[in-house]
Design a protein around this ligand. Structure first.
Ligand code: ADP
Ligand code: MG
Length: 357
């Protein structure tokens, strides 16, 4: 006999939250995206114990007044789109689902301290396990600080599933680095406990940002990729001639000299229309371009921006928005591989037919 029952709201919310908040790094991702969407010039991320003991993200963005922050932590509330038509046209912001703050608040203790730019009062609001437990005026600078503590305290299964601190921190580091690299005009810093992992200057230069994040050796080994129409106008005289037609308008950014490589794929940062994505197709295409110049178990560094006409890419595929879907996957692969190959050829780094030594 079946006994079908409607789940209570609390249970539904915690299950839904699990779609958005998988681990500390997913919280960090959502908070950093919100800071960038809020027009911040500076974003500071501080985590304790890999993010399992606390996460704090501070920005100097537009901030919120009391009414806005009370609305922001509710379910499905966003200032970024109004209806489905806004999505069809391609979203200009990183967020648009209006889920993150609500979901994070459902599975932690979330404290928002915020003051609108030019406003003279700040607000502090606390959410515990999905319940607003306090809200009131507070002294704080312009911008927003969001602190997340006791993550998953009310979802023991999820809490138990967290990996050791170093693993969780590695994920946090990858996320913050990816956003720092995509936003050279924003000063981004990451601190773990009392140790600063990196900080960027926000001066707007990609190579300098790579240096802040990955160090001088990597930055100096980087080669520019500039194929098709480049949104970044800095290298247009280096326009590659044989960029094939396909779904992408352009591919630009930096890739490392083949000798500067690592064992993991986490240094392959790829972006579609400025949005950080984990796109297997794109990573594979980059690795393919190096041919036999890199050992099969090693990967280059890459910071690659793909420009796709809005409408040819679906950003709405996954709740965590990390994945995108291309209408023409093969076309994308071909274009990315060619763009990276051309860059390596130009530097004389692809001589796969010539014997080594
Ligand atoms: P989304 O980003 O999809 O809109 P969120 O739940 O992440 O949904 O945020 C809800 C709303 O709260 C945002 O649309 C924005 O208006 C506001 N907000 C969140 N974080 C910030 C921030 N750091 N600065 C200013 N406003 C913010
Ligand atoms: Mg958001």
């Amino acid at each position: 006999m079946t006994d079908i029952q409607r789940l209570d709201d609390r249970t539904v919310e915690r299950i839904a939250a699990g779609e958005v908040v998988e681990r500390p790094a997913s919280v960090v991702k959502e908070l950093v995206e919100n800071a960038i969407d809020a027009d911040a010039n500076r974003v500071e991320v501080v985590v304790e114990a890999g993010g399992t003991d606390g996460i704090r993200v501070t920005d100097d963005g537009v901030g919120m007044d009391r009414e806005a922050v009370e609305t922001a932590v509710e379910k499905h509330t966003t200032s970024k789109i109004r209806d489905i038509a806004d999505l069809e046209g391609g979203v200009g912001t990183l967020g648009f689902r209006g889920e993150a703050l609500h979901a994070i608040g459902a599975v932690s203790r979330l404290t928002v301290r915020t003051r609108p730019r030019g406003g003279d009062v700040g607000t502090e609001l606390v959410v515990e396990g999905g319940e607003v437990t306090s809200v009131g005026p507070a002294g704080c600078p312009e911008g927003t600080t969001i602190a997340v503590e006791d993550l998953f305290y009310n979802v023991p299964a999820r809490r138990k599933y967290l990996k050791q601190e170093s693993t969780e921190f590695a994920h946090v580091n990858t996320v913050v680095a990816s956003y720092a690299l995509a936003n050279p005009d924003v000063a981004v810093s990451l601190t773990h406990g009392d140790r600063e992992t990196f900080s960027t200057t926000g001066q707007g230069d990609l190579r300098e940002t790579v240096m802040s994040v990955y160090g001088r050796e990597v930055a100096e080994s980087m080669i520019s990729v500039d194929a098709g129409s480049a949104a970044d106008a800095s290298g247009d005289e280096m326009q590659a001639g044989n960029f094939p037609d396909g779904p992408l308008d352009g591919v630009h950014g930096l890739v490392s000299h083949p000798e500067t490589n690592r064992a993991g794929r986490e240094y392959l940062s790829t972006y579609v229309n400025g949005r950080y994505v984990r796109a297997g197709t794109v990573r594979d295409a980059v690795v393919d371009a190096y041919g036999t110049q890199i050992a099969p178990d090693r990967y280059p560094f890459a910071v690659l921006f793909l420009d796709v006409p809005a409408g040819d890419v679906d950003v709405n595929v996954h709740p965590r928005k990390m994945e995108v879907r291309f209408a023409d996957d093969e076309g994308v692969r071909e274009q990315v591989r060619t763009a990276v190959e051309d860059a390596l050829l130009r530097e004389g780094l692809l001589r796969s037919t010539a014997p080594r030594g």
